[in-house]
Design a binder for this molecule. Structure first.
Ligand code: AHR
Length: 307
């Protein structure tokens, strides 16, 4: 249901009347806005009563929201954890209150997997690996070192940790490919622009940028143009998400390759919420299908892109 970025997962009547508390990370990126809209829309379609709290990128806000959901005795709690660690205590409180928890989008790092019912989201390691594999292929006939900079996502977040690992793993195949610098751009345009400006001041010889999401990559494009270089030409750029703006920049040749990360998780989330509430068995992990885009593929999908 998700490979083409379409919001088409089947609906079921089973969710009607369920009270769902959902704690969202924030509003840092186009991806996040599309994710929130997908969840709101799917809740309405499924007649789920959604209590949505947006945490402004702060774990404390998310913990406070989850505690409020517990106090309000919602039927199900779902959340997208801003960072991986530090959730055990509040998840134990939800468990003690008998409220099932669904982790969505980003994963949590906990030794007690009984603290949540399932994890719905992307395989971030695979996304990073796809970025690295494209690079290895692109520079196959190149001689000499290739200098790479990396604009990472929010420090401690699952997508930052796992995309970095997947990418590093894939580029090991070619010892000429070297990450010379790497910094946190917080998944935002402003962050990406600022980090890239710093990289450009410190390194005269950057060949490649791997940005952990489109927004950071598009901020970096601005910084590259500001110093009179051509993004996509002088510096090859790979990003993740495949938002409309990311794919437009790819179609124009400012980006070179984009890995899809699908935010349209709402329908699948409502399906899982309905099943958890009625005690049906669900898989421990639900991974979203995703693809990759080069320039031609971006041009082909852009007219119908939903996010
Ligand atoms: O967790 C998914 C990531 O979070 C997306 O790749 C990024 O754009 C968002 O902010």
């Amino acid at each position: 249901a998700c490979g083409g970025g379409e919001d088409t997962a089947p609906r079921s009547a089973a969710q009607g009347g369920i009270r769902l508390g959902f704690s969202q990370v924030g509003a840092e990126s186009a991806w996040r806005l599309a994710n929130t809209a997908s969840i709101e829309h799917a809740a309405t379609n499924a007649s789920v009563q959604l209590d949505l709290r947006v945490a402004d990128g702060k774990q404390d806000n998310q913990i406070a929201a989850i505690r409020e959901f517990i106090a309000a005795k919602v039927d199900v709690i779902a959340f997208s954890p801003v960072v991986e660690s530090g959730w055990d205590k509040v998840l134990q409180e939800a468990k003690d209150a008998g409220i099932p928890v669904i982790v969505t989008d980003r994963t949590v790092d906990t030794t007690d997997t009984s603290l949540f019912a399932t994890v719905l989201g992307s395989d971030f390691t695979a996304e990073g690996r796809k970025a690295g594999e494209w690079l290895v292929e692109h520079f196959r006939d190149h001689k000499g070192p290739v200098q790479i900079v990396e604009i990472e996502g929010t420090t401690g977040s699952a997508p930052a940790n796992q995309r970095r690992t997947g990418f590093a793993d894939a580029i090991k195949a070619d010892t000429d490919l070297k990450v010379i610098d790497s910094r946190d751009g917080n998944f935002t345009r402003a962050g990406g622009e600022q980090v890239m400006s710093g990289f450009l001041q410190e390194h005269s010889d950057i060949d490649v940028l791997f940005a952990h999401n489109d927004d950071a990559g598009l901020g970096a494009v601005k910084a590259i143009e500001a110093v009179g270089k051509r993004p996509g030409e002088d510096i090859k750029i790979i990003t993740v998400d495949a938002s409309r703006d990311g794919l437009s920049a790819l179609a124009e040749g400012r980006l070179n390759y984009v890995i899809e990360c699908n935010p349209l998780l709402g329908p699948q989330l409502m399906e899982l919420v309905g099943k958890v509430k009625t005690g049906q068995s669900i898989p421990r992990r639900v991974v979203v299908d995703e693809t990759t885009f080069d320039r031609e593929a971006a041009k082909a999908v852009l007219p119908n892109r939903q996010y």
